[in-house]
Design a protein around this ligand. Structure first.
Ligand code: CO8
Length: 374
């Protein structure tokens, strides 16, 4: 059976933070820290903190702004962490709430009712809790049938889940799978870390996967091929986990080891060639030429990295029509990035046009889907 992505959805959080606002808050934090520790800094026992800069952020990453679930907590130099109110167990949890919003839009675009869904996969870099699964909470909230589960492959969660969904539909196991990427990355970002405070934003995407035959989506894309790749690396790491409390270490809310941290340069240098290699192999295995890809919906971590990948694949720079980006507006949204660009930039393609949805990140992990408009 042939499988397609029949509809996608996008939930955008209510608040935006520009680079200027983020850098102003960070630099105020730095000023206060350096003032507070002036004596130790003067005596050489403590290093002064360096200020951040909008020029660096935009040049190094292409990011100009990001959306977040809470603005005030992040921009408060005394806090620098979102303030998200706890909810009772019998209330819909925050991650499920944004998942439901994106899923409703994806179902509407696919022309499907929630009752027709027979599997829900929540796939993202950070889960709000260990269990019960976010996916099962969303299954109940929407009224979906079948079963539901969570999975995490960091930035490649969406493409890994899409392959799982495509395989399930192709084999006849499922008729309609909902894949949801609910990324509240601001809660796992160290806003006091100059190297990474600007990288991430919050968002939620969703996609419906079903058989091509009988599909009612106005802009459906058959998944022709899906490839996954992983290779262990410590260069992007987050040590938050249930064993932390057993380690007899006094972790605080700004402990860098429990938040996102990376060797960005190494990631850039090691992952970009791996992506090029995987995509070239994938195309060759299907006797396809890269020139035949009308659009590249790439992972949205770094604009320079995407431009390098495109140059290596196509042998030239291409316009934003060929390889669109949402980094300026959304920043890096972990697993959701390639799905946001797909959601925003697919309706103008014609029947038979092919494209590539490709994500890459922590693990390392790469997920790559060749798709063709039905
Ligand atoms: N302002 C001013 N200067 C700065 C700043 C700043 N904010 N930060 C660093 N600098 C300085 C550095 O100190 C350095 O100075 P010097 O040259 O004097 O030593 C200089 O700028 C250059 O620093 P870098 O070499 O670090 O800068 P890069 O050009 O490499 O850019 C990037 C840094 C943007 C991080 C870049 O390396 C990058 O994007 N790499 C790719 C990373 C990537 O793709 N990561 C994917 C991770 S996403 C993922 O897998 C999901 C994980 C789960 C998400 C969880 C949510 C939180």
């Amino acid at each position: 059976m042939r499988a397609c992505i029949s509809g996608t959805g996008l939930y955008t959080p209510p608040y935006a933070i520009t680079n200027e606002e983020l850098v102003a808050a960070f630099n105020e934090y730095v000023r206060r820290y350096n003032d507070r520790n002036a004596e130790a800094i003067a005596s050489g026992t403590l290093a002064a903190l360096e200020p951040s800069s909008c020029e660096f952020i935009e040049k190094a990453s292409g990011i100009k702004s990001r959306y977040v679930m809470d603005r005030d907590g992040i921009l408060d130099p005394d806090r620098m962490c979102p303030r998200l109110a706890p909810r009772d167990d019998d209330q819909l949890s925050l991650q499920a709430e944004i998942g439901v919003a994106a899923a409703k839009q994806a179902l509407e675009r696919a022309g499907r009712q929630a009752q027709e869904v027979d599997a829900v996969i929540v796939a993202c870099a950070n889960m709000q809790r260990a269990y019960p699964a976010m996916a099962i909470e969303i299954q109940l909230a929407l009224g979906c049938g079948g079963y539901a589960y969570d999975m995490n492959v960091a930035c490649s969660s969406a493409t890994f889940a899409l392959k799982t969904a495509v395989d399930a539909v192709r084999s006849g196991t499922n008729r309609c799978v909902l894949v949801i990427n609910a990324e509240i990355t601001s809660a796992h970002l160290d806003f006091r870390d100059r190297d990474s405070h600007f990288i991430f934003g919050d968002v939620c995407t969703a996609a419906v996967v079903e058989p091509v035959e009988g599909c009612q989506g106005a802009a459906a894309f058959e998944v022709l091929d899906a490839r996954l790749w992983t290779q262990f690396s410590n260069n992007i790491r987050n040590n938050f986990g249930f064993l932390n409390r057993t380690e007899d270490l006094s972790y605080g809310p700004h402990d860098h080891a429990l938040l996102f941290n990376q060797q960005g340069r190494k990631v850039f240098k090691e992952v970009a060639p791996a992506v090029v290699n995987l995509v070239q192999g994938q195309l060759a295995a299907r006797s396809l030429k890269v020139e035949g890809l009308r659009r590249l919906w790439l992972h949205q971590a770094n604009l320079n990295m995407n431009q390098l990948i495109v140059r290596k694949l196509l042998g030239q720079d291409v316009s934003s029509d060929r390889a669109p980006s949402i980094l300026d507006e959304y920043a890096n949204t972990a697993s959701a990035g390639s799905i946001i660009v797909f959601h925003r930039h697919h309706e103008d393609l014609h029947s038979g046009d092919m494209g590539l949805i490709c994500s890459f990140g922590a693990g390392y992990s790469i997920g790559s889907l060749i798709v063709r408009r039905v």
